[in-house]
Design a protein around this ligand. Structure first.
Ligand SMILES: Cc1cc2nc3c(=O)[nH]c(=O)nc-3n(C[C@H](O)[C@H](O)[C@H](O)COP(=O)(O)OP(=O)(O)OC[C@H]3O[C@@H](n4cnc5c(N)ncnc54)[C@H](O)[C@@H]3O)c2cc1C
Length: 381
């Protein structure tokens, strides 16, 4: 009997896993002992880290897009459809009411994060972002002609994708305005919802003095409540109001509704065992990447490592052996600290992050990784 592995989501976690399984289960795929289907709601794979550079006119959004059928191994069945429902008792997926349900033996959810600007009144009208392709393009148009006034970057709610990216943005913008002789005419303010500048205390402790040195104003314990696009103000639940001329936000995030609807976790994040990545609420269901609620950052590197672990566990299952591979919380991140220097952190469940001194070499390493990504996602590096 052919066992059917279905992966929902063809972003970093889903595509890496599909290629990992094509390699790991080559023999079983050849003989028909197993079939792997990857379902994504669009034909392209999107590499989001490119969006950080779009507002600075350094990258084009298309640099972060490739057709999935070129990226994913031919041994994988690729299906472009949006999954609308999961029945974990019957082990089926629903596409829509007209299509017949898809039966799975093993299901992997890799549906990532979605942005919810509508949670904050006025945010969609008054705010810009670089956390979506269209947002990054709009922000570029604003930023290229912005020469004076208050720029406010506000992190609205956590978790959000790439916890370092808001720090990267203010470090880069500070440098970018300085290089162009504009910094004295532009005030840069960074707001964060808790009493420090980053969710991880070690990274917050590292970042704070750099922000002070660069004269980046900081408002902590600032939970955005409303944006007034007419008055150009943002008000927090704590009662602080900030004026802005250009407002950049990291909008509220959540996972996709189908996860909550299937009883797999709250707010679209799947409750998983943080080592095996197996869903707590259903058998033979796994989650990788942003959607897996493990407490580690929502980062592509995490999705990548988790995909490798789930690939090994699924290969063991298909071969009828007990799976032993586990995820240790490994997270790796380059952090831009300007337009031409970056730091780097690596940590896991046991070891705290300790960012290394910024250097030009690390900046080039980050850019090189972004280029090499297409090979790593293909499983070639
Ligand atoms: C500006 C920015 C900069 C970043 N920089 C970095 C960085 O430097 N380093 C780093 O490690 N990470 C970075 N990240 C984070 C990284 O991009 C994400 O954490 C990563 O993409 C998560 O991978 P994923 O597979 O979980 O989700 P995604 O890559 O988002 O993929 C999810 C996929 O699922 C699909 N999908 C969703 N719902 C359905 C459905 N119902 N049916 C079918 N398909 C569905 C989506 O269309 C998408 O293709 C950055 C993110 C942003 C926004």
């Amino acid at each position: 009997m052919t066992e059917h592995v279905v992966i929902v989501g063809g972003g970093t976690g889903g595509a890496v896993l599909a290629n990992d399984l094509a390699d790991r289960l080559e023999r079983e795929l050849d003989t028909g002992a197993v079939r792997v289907t990857l379902i994504n709601d669009g034909p392209d794979h999107v590499y989001k880290p490119v969006w950080l550079y779009v507002p600075f006119d350094q990258r084009e959004p298309d640099d972060g897009r490739r057709p999935l059928d070129e990226l994913v191994d031919d041994a994988i069945d690729l299906r472009i459809d949006r999954v609308a429902g999961i029945d974990t008792d019957k082990k089926t997926l629903r596409i829509d009411d007209n299509a017949s349900p898809i039966k799975y033996d093993y299901l992997v959810l890799a549906t990532g994060s979605t942005l919810e600007p509508d949670q904050i009144p006025g945010l969609a009208e008054g705010g810009h972002d670089y956390y979506s392709e269209s947002g990054a393009i709009d922000l570029r148009d604003e930023l290229l002609t912005f020469t004076e006034g208050n720029l406010v970057l506000s992190v609205i709610g956590t978790p959000h994708m790439c916890p370092a990216a808001p720090l990267e943005f203010v470090f880069m913008i500070d440098d970018w305005f300085r290089e162009r002789g504009l910094r004295e005419d532009i005030e840069v303010t960074y707001t964060y919802p808790i009493q420090r500048v980053h969710g991880n205390p070690h990274i917050a402790e590292w970042a704070r003095p750099i922000m002070a040195k660069r004269a980046i104003q900081v408002e902590t314990f600032f939970n955005a409540e409303a944006v007034d696009p007419e008055a150009q103000t943002i008000t927090s639940m704590e009662g602080t109001t900030l004026d802005y001329d250009l407002f950049v936000s990291i909008p509220p995030h959540r996972g996709v509704d189908l996860i909550e609807d299937a009883g797999l976790g709250d707010e679209g994040w799947v409750d998983v065992d943080r080592h095996t990545l197996e869903a707590e609420a259903a058998d033979d269901v796994y989650a990788v990447g942003d959607t897996a609620d493990t407490g580690v950052p929502n980062a592509g590197s995490v999705a990548h490592y988790q995909a490798g672990v789930v690939g090994q566990r699924l290969a063991s299952k298909v071969r009828g052996r007990p799976p032993t591979a586990t995820y240790d919380g490994k997270t790796l991140c380059f952090i831009e600290t300007g337009m031409d220097e970056a730091s780097f952190v690596e940590f896991d469940y046991e070891n705290a992050p300790s960012p290394v001194p910024p250097s030009e070499k690390l900046h080039w390493s980050k850019l090189a990784y972004n280029e090499a990504y297409w090979l790593t996602a293909r499983g070639l590096l």
